[in-house]
Design a protein around this ligand. Structure first.
Ligand SMILES: *Cc1c(COP(=O)(O)O)cnc(C)c1O
Length: 417
């Protein structure tokens, strides 16, 4: 696409944007009495206006029905989580039985590691990205300790080469080859939270499994943002949170995916009653019999209030479909990149230039004065995100950001150098 550095051009793109009306469905936080340029949907997605109503429905049903709400509420609580199988399956490219909304992301990672990191004396190593999101690092570290193993002998981290910010795909592949005899698990973020780099999940899965390992992904920055085809890629497991691109509110209910080949009762897990076979759950007998689906990893009954917000948001995704979001994403982020290069050439975008290797986020590295620059952006109405030591992350979200937002950002970044 040929971009132009003008407000007219940005407005003409908005005028023909089929998704433009969806901005109205969200609350846009203001700065200085005006709509902010909200580029922080990669950290906390905006609130759908429908969220309040849908929570109210549950509060009213609770007030009026008490315990009867489990079966008689407008959206019965007993089976509330089942509403998410269909929409989540479309977003992550899975069978409806392979996905479940439950818990928080880090909790889900632990549950999945318990099932899918089963080290033996022969196979015990884990390959992951260097400087993964801290919670992922801590989860992996504690899982390794749980098995009485030594971090240094188990963990193989693949990082960027000297002086670079992104990881070479071939370096991940060659690490898998190099450690294949002892490899138990490959676990990587689908999109790196810091650099915005998207990994070739299909290829990593194929090579990892060929090496005899299981392969899982943290999709916190991928879900609702990039193309996912977990089932067809044959990914073993994955988890994500819902408050970033999925706009389901801070600490909102997270999600998990398990490939259907792992549904069997023999797969070890930390169990709870909500994962128990539904037909016989209320016989309350001894001996755990899991639901033969991703639901078999559930522990507790559905947190309906947080799921209500999740529903408000996923209803919007279902209405649009992911494809249109991806098309707008590429144009929006492409425009952003064009304007940064044109207006602020001293800013280095470390996110890959190839749209297939990124989502909507761009990470800007500032050699000096980064923090001041970040604060100046904030004063001028941009909501972005600062990551030590020198990176500003900006994410124009196709669901509610406009080309005019991107243009305004370009002007602001160009004027405060
Ligand atoms: C946002 C994020 C988390 C956050 O974990 P929670 O359990 O939701 O608090 C974890 N991992 C990654 C990669 C993230 O981007």
């Amino acid at each position: 696409m040929n971009y132009e550095n003008s407000l007219n051009f940005a407005q003409s793109l908005d005028a023909t944007d089929e998704l433009a009306p969806y901005r109205e469905r969200f609350y846009i936080p203001e700065v200085n009495g005006e709509d902010s340029v909200y580029f922080c949907g990669n950290s906390l997605g905006l609130q759908p206006k429908s969220a309040k109503l849908i929570i109210e429905q549950e509060l009213n049903d609770w007030a009026n029905l008490g315990v009867r709400g489990h079966f008689e509420a407008e959206n019965p609580w007993y089976s509330y989580h089942e509403k998410f199988a269909e929409p989540l399956s479309k977003i992550v490219g899975a069978l409806p039985s392979e996905v479940v909304a439950m818990n928080g992301l880090t909790v889900n990672l632990h549950l999945l590691f318990v099932s899918f990191y089963r080290p033996t004396s022969q196979r015990y190593k884990i390959i992951c990205e260097a400087k993964a999101f801290p919670s992922d690092q801590y989860a992996i570290e504690s899982q390794i300790k749980l098995h009485g193993l030594n971090l240094d002998e188990v963990l193989v981290e693949v990082g960027p080469r000297e002086g670079e910010s992104c990881i070479h795909h071939e370096d991940i592949i060659s690490a898998i080859e190099e450690h294949k005899e002892h490899l138990a698990l490959v676990f990587i973020g689908g999109v790196n939270y810091y650099s915005g780099q998207r990994f070739d999940m299909a290829a990593i899965t194929e090579v990892g499994q060929k090496a005899g390992a299981l392969v899982g992904f943290d999709l916190a920055h991928a879900v609702g943002n990039v193309e996912l085809d977990l089932h067809d890629w044959n990914v073993d497991f994955a988890a994500w949170c819902s408050y970033k691109y999925l706009n389901s509110g801070s600490g909102g209910v997270a999600g998990a995916y398990v490939h259907e080949r792992h549904f069997g009762e023999e797969v070890l897990r930390f169990a709870g009653w909500w994962g128990y076979n539904k037909e016989t759950r209320f016989k309350m007998e001894q001996g755990f019999r899991p639901i033969p689906s991703a639901e078999g990893w559930q522990l507790s009954n559905a947190p309906v209030l947080s799921m209500a917000v999740h529903k408000a948001s996923l209803d919007i995704f279902s209405e649009i479909g992911m494809q249109k979001l991806f098309e707008k994403r590429n144009k929006l982020t492409g425009f952003l990149e064009f304007l940064i290069v044109a207006n602020a050439p001293e800013v280095k975008v470390i996110t890959p230039a190839d749209p297939n290797e990124r989502g909507c986020q761009l990470s800007m590295l500032l050699e000096s004065g980064g923090k001041e620059r970040y604060e100046a952006l904030g004063k001028a109405g941009v909501v972005a995100d600062w990551r030590e030591p020198n990176v500003i992350r900006v994410a124009p979200v196709p669901l509610y950001n406009t080309f005019e937002d991107v243009y305004k950002f370009g002007e602001i970044i160009g004027s405060n150098n």
